[in-house]
Design a protein around this ligand. Structure first.
Ligand code: URA
Length: 432
């Protein structure tokens, strides 16, 4: 088999076989196929697409390029979730403890953030002492004991994806649906859960700008997961504004704590209940989403979800007193209020722009390995469809620097207004 023949076959729009895809990915991973040929193939895939079968073979080839976690020593059905990346997205911090408090096994590996704000790991590290680096053995025993672990990657999961993603990033081939689907699903499948709920973000602040494109991506990921024997759900959610009110690491942990106490923002609480309900049904604890939701609300009211978050923090060497006393999180030096430059109903909040402001404050990193400031960030005071009067406060900025003129201007520019309320819906579609 020759790499060039595989490239030509895809360039001419033909379907690749499992053997051809395996040969190419293996060769690319071990270095016998060079970057220039992999670039040509990804560009051919970008233009010619892939069938569902090819995308499944590609996912499996990337998945088997590295370690695959064996969670068979964890009793019962293991559930996991994944978000395609949202500003203000701290859903795992609420969904995980809520479902685990019902006895469901939530075994999740998360990533660090690049851009916008930190990822789930960075948010967890805002809790003093929290250790994301635990061995596979401890990961498994922790999930068996307390039902939940939220950790960084153990072992080397999907190394072919790392190499391929770096290449796609500099060859204009990131935005290919089969390449995105196989990239995300190879990593998710390598983490070993039985049931997966995907939150696919749609809108100006997301990878997928339209419902049509997000639907195509979500359907393909669901099909790939099912072909690999997993129970799959994808939820399409609107990213035409940040999720919840808080953007920034410790601010988001505090919001997650408040949500577990029943005091969370409406949109964020709703998304957590929706994702968690699908996982509860997938775990076979109850049959319907309605029953699942009832149980989850009960776990908020009786604070068992909150107690499970505290147990998780303690198990991973963090200081669990912060969960019951969020006022202990260190404050940023300055708090500024940002005023509206116009009046009317908020019609749109550019989530990417808000994420960039958070990054300018130091909440996110622009380069891998950069330090981040856990205390800084933004708390929105007005969300889409809130009525705003001129000079009213739309948001607060928490900063460790005094001169934030640019950040204030960018934040003001992120808000758009209209005379009347707009049509706005958080959950756009559910795909099973
Ligand atoms: N996230 C991933 O992990 N891979 C992609 O290709 C796009 C988003």
């Amino acid at each position: 088999m020759r790499a060039v023949d595989i490239i030509i076959k895809k360039r001419d729009g033909f379907e690749l076989s499992k053997e051809e895809i395996d040969f190419f990915i293996q060769g690319f991973t071990d270095g016998t196929i060079d970057n220039y040929q992999a670039s040509a193939l990804t560009m051919a895939i970008y233009f010619k697409g892939m069938t569902e079968q090819e995308a499944t073979y590609l996912t499996e080839a990337i998945l088997h390029s590295g370690d695959v976690l064996d969670l068979s020593k964890i009793n019962g059905i293991k559930v996991d979730k994944h978000s395609t990346g949202g500003v203000g997205d701290k859903t795992s911090l609420v969904v995980g403890p809520l479902v685990a408090s019902l006895g469901i096994k939530f075994a999740k590996m998360s990533g660090r953030g690049l851009g916008h704000t930190g990822g789930t790991l960075d948010k967890l590290e805002a809790i003093p002492g929290y250790d994301i680096n635990i061995s596979e053995e401890d990961f498994i025993s922790q999930v068996n004991e307390i039902g939940i672990a939220l950790v960084g990657q153990t072992g080397e999961l999907a190394p072919a994806d790392k190499k391929l993603y770096a290449l796609r990033d500099v060859t204009g081939t990131v935005e290919s649906i089969p390449l995105i689907a196989s990239s995300i699903m190879s990593k998710k499948l390598a983490s070993g859960a039985d049931a997966i709920c995907l939150d696919v973000k749609v809108g100006s602040g997301a990878f997928m700008k339209t419902v049509e494109k997000a639907t195509t991506l979500a359907e393909l990921m669901v099909q790939i997961g099912k072909a690999c024997g997993k129970d799959m759900t994808a939820i399409l959610t609107n990213m035409d504004e940040p999720l919840g009110l808080a953007v920034g690491n410790s601010l988001e942990v505090i919001e997650a704590i408040e949500t577990l106490k029943g005091n969370g923002p409406k949109d964020f609480t709703e998304l957590c209940l929706e994702v968690a309900s699908h996982l509860v049904v997938a775990s076979k604890l109850v049959k319907s989403l309605e029953e699942a939701r009832k149980l989850l609300i009960q776990q908020i009211n009786n604070k068992e979800g909150l107690d499970t978050l505290a147990k998780l923090v303690k198990a991973q060497k963090g200081d669990d007193s912060y969960i019951y006393h969020p006022e202990k999180f260190p404050n940023a030096k300055y708090k500024f209020s940002v005023e509206a430059t116009s009046k009317g109903y908020v019609s749109h909040i550019d989530a990417l722009a808000i994420g960039n402001v958070a990054m300018m404050l130091g909440a996110g990193r622009s380069k891998i390995g950069e330090n981040i400031d856990h205390a800084v960030g933004i708390v929105l005071n007005k969300k889409v469809n809130d009525l705003v009067l001129e000079n009213e406060t739309i948001a607060y900025i928490y900063s460790n620097k005094e001169d934030i003129k640019e950040e204030i201007m960018e934040l003001q520019k992120a808000y758009s207004y209209s005379k009347n309320p707009v049509d706005s819906k958080l959950i756009l579609k559910v795909i099973k």
